[in-house]
Write a protein that binds this ligand. Structure first.
Ligand SMILES: C[S@@+](CC[C@H](N)C(=O)[O-])C[C@H]1O[C@@H](n2cnc3c(N)ncnc32)[C@H](O)[C@@H]1O
Length: 235
């Protein structure tokens, strides 16, 4: 376990075998950025990215303020981050995805809206979590996680017991995990995993007014699969 104060300076790096043993919750996919987005990405990423590897982060120093910090895991194309960040200047947002396109879209929005409350991480959240200090996050958002519907692949789901325990560690008491999914089996099993962790209160159901409809949600709606929104408060 990391202790709260020294965690900020301790170097905790997940490399080599430990990282290779991670059960990845995403499908690797490489799509080229167009020339304009490539230029944006190359110009802005060093300023507004946080590396997935490295020492434990001092989030107050990263954002130069003590505002609440939310982590959006699997930001996809970046649509929610781009809608949320400009209208919530008093909230800090870290958006992570393994795929570059959404990261580049968010970088473009950072420039377009002169955002100072947003950082991006291109990488695996299971690696990044080693950099997050104990009880330092206010909210963790997991909206439309990869469903891994086949029984034999369900161990890849992001919300599995060991990840829930890690999320509990980095959340502040009173903070929360927000989950939205249109896969009933996902929210049922995730609720059970989160409940049996003992770290969270019983879920509340309801969509945050700021959660816009993303492409993934739209697809589910078209297929007759409405989303369920749940929030689990860290005890
Ligand atoms: C189904 S998409 C949903 C995207 C977005 N939240 C939305 O609602 O449009 C799930 C995303 O989670 C990302 N993802 C899955 N596992 C991840 C991980 N371990 N670290 C970072 N991103 C991850 C995937 O790359 C993918 O972009």
């Amino acid at each position: 376990m990391r202790d709260e104060k020294s965690a900020v300076t301790v170097l905790r790096v997940l490399h080599g075998d430990a990282e290779n043993r991670l059960v990845r919750s995403f499908r690797p996919r490489r799509r080229k950025l167009g020339p304009e987005l490539t230029r944006v990405y190359d110009r802005l990423r060093s300023t507004w990215s946080v590396a997935e590897h490295g020492s434990v982060l001092d989030l107050g120093a990263v954002f130069a303020n003590d505002n609440p910090v939310c982590l959006e895991i699997g930001c996809g194309r970046g649509d929610l981050a781009i809608a949320f960040a400009p209208s919530h200047p008093d909230v800090n947002l870290i958006a992570i995805d393994i795929h570059t396109r959404g990261i580049a879209n968010i970088l473009q929005a950072i420039e377009n809206f002169s955002l100072v409350n947003t950082r991006v991480v291109e990488g695996d959240v299971l690696v990044l979590l080693q950099r997050i200090a104990v009880a330092s996050l206010d909210e963790v958002w997991i909206f439309f996680p990869d469903p891994w519907p086949k029984q034999r692949e369900q161990s890849r789901r992001l919300l599995r017991p060991e990840v829930v325990a890690q999320l509990a560690e980095v959340l502040k008491p009173g903070g929360c995990i927000r989950l939205a999914t249109d896969i009933e089996d996902y929210w049922r099993k995730s609720s059970d995993i989160i409940a049996s962790s003992g770290f969270f209160a019983a879920p509340t159901v309801g969509r945050p007014e700021w959660r816009i409809e993303t492409v993934f949600e739209k697809r589910g709606n078209v297929a007759g699969l409405p989303a369920v929104d749940m929030s689990f408060e860290r005890l």
